[in-house]
Design a protein around this ligand. Structure first.
Ligand SMILES: [Zn+2]
Length: 241
């Protein structure tokens, strides 16, 4: 028998009888810690420190009978205080379209996955250094996924709050700098540049516009914009001291 205990928010992911207690199991011969931990429903992206009989162990450590394993969650990231720090980029899985648009609203480079097979999505995240966001544990278990997050929340605005908190995104946010539809950066545009794409009442009453360099979409402050400003304000109000 091997004993395993999951700590902190990892208890969100494991079967009820195992929560908040040491649990005995018989591991497959030559099973690694990665294999043993993931067999209980916890993708390796969620795991921080692991102790085997009190000693730090890597995920390739071979599980031995009689061992006591303690698994701790990956810690929330500390926000980077340097203003020139590179903002993280994301790959959101196909079911997280609302979250992808919200991250773009905050200015984060966020691709939305299509229904490609898991190994291609994992490779895309890995090649681009993107953090994979998913509610599909099998996808997050893929070895090529170096950084990821199993998104716990089910409602879009709560998902955004969860991701901002976990990755400490407040200081690197650049709200309203990226196209919600296609992810390309926005730039300021003169009225004459975009006149042919504006409804007449908007052309008559608005002076400030931003233009997407990717899909050509034009944005201006309107009622939808005000709702989005409220979303941004609510997220940014949580910035830690
Ligand atoms: Zn666009």
């Amino acid at each position: 028998m091997t004993l395993i205990r999951f700590h902190g928010e990892l208890n969100d992911l494991i079967p009820r009888p195992m929560k908040h207690r040491a649990f005995g199991f018989r591991s497959a011969e030559h099973a690694t810690l990665k294999h043993a931990i993931e067999a209980f429903g916890v993708p390796h992206t969620e795991v921080g420190r692991v102790l085997a009989d009190g000693a730090e162990a890597g995920l390739e450590h071979a599980v031995a009978p009689g061992e006591a394993i303690e698994v701790f969650p990956a810690l929330p990231w500390v926000p980077d205080v340097r203003s020139d720090a590179e903002a993280p980029a994301f790959l959101a899985d196909a079911h997280l379209g609302g979250l992808a648009r919200r991250l773009r609203l905050l200015g984060f480079d966020t691709l939305l996955a299509d229904d490609s097979p898991d190994h291609l999505l994992a490779a895309l995240a890995d090649d681009d250094g993107r953090i994979l966001l998913s509610r599909d544990r099998e996808l997050l278990k893929h070895r090529r996924v170096a950084r990821g997050r199993y998104v716990r929340a089910s409602r879009t605005d709560e998902q955004l709050r969860e991701v901002v908190r976990h990755f400490g995104l407040w200081r690197s946010a650049r709200p309203f700098s990226r196209c919600l539809a296609c992810n390309a950066p926005l730039r300021a545009a003169r009225r004459t540049e975009v006149l042919d794409r504006l409804p007449p009442d908007v052309a008559a009453t608005r002076a400030a516009f931003t233009l997407c360099g990717g899909c050509g979409r034009v944005y201006w402050p309107g009622s939808h914009w005000r709702r989005l400003r409220a979303v941004v304000a609510s997220i940014m109000a949580e910035v830690p001291p």
